[in-house]
Design a binder for this molecule. Structure first.
Ligand code: ZN
Ligand code: ZN
Length: 159
């Protein structure tokens, strides 16, 4: 049995509902043994869903950044994410890792975002590289609307 409210929620979900965030997200439904679906956002199988719910879940849509794994049900969240990533990349172009003495310990601090790292490892340097590397991927990033669930993992899709 599918709860009435849930059927309505998912069946009546339109692109507009997703854009406005009107539809509640309730994908973690447990039921009697049933069908598992592939969660395209988490990259994993769901818990078994009651069989009659699967078709409804297959209709759920989600916004996604096509340059990384960022996803959201809220309109505007992905363009905002892309904007922030590019902003962050810009701040980090001229950032460097600076040694700072805190008490008796030396830590490394990123001058771009003030994140602190233990001094021993190369974490600070790797942080800079990682942030900067997001730049090229996000330069032409766009928001895509995609199915949240499918019957199985995509074949040869870039993850
Ligand atoms: Zn992204
Ligand atoms: Zn930083």
């Amino acid at each position: 049995m599918v709860p009435e409210a849930l059927v309505q929620d998912i069946e009546e979900q339109t692109v507009e509902d997703i854009r406005t965030g009107r539809v509640a997200v309730r994908e973690q439904i447990e039921g009697p043994s049933g069908q598992r679906l592939w969660d395209n956002i988490d990259g994993s199988w769901t818990k078994p869903l009651p069989a009659e719910q699967a078709p409804l879940f297959l209709r759920k849509l989600v916004y996604r950044c096509d340059a990384c794994h960022e996803a959201s049900n809220i309109k505007g969240a992905i363009p905002e994410h892309i904007r922030q990533v590019l902003e962050n990349v810009k701040t980090h172009q001229r950032a460097r890792i600076k040694a700072e003495l805190v008490g008796r310990e030396t830590i490394q601090v990123c001058t771009g975002c003030k994140t602190a790292f233990p001094s021993r490892r190369q974490q600070g340097v790797r942080h800079l590289e990682r942030v900067r590397a997001m730049g090229p991927a996000h330069a032409n990033a766009k928001e895509v609307l995609m199915a949240r669930f499918s019957l199985g993992p995509p074949q040869g899709a870039k993850q």
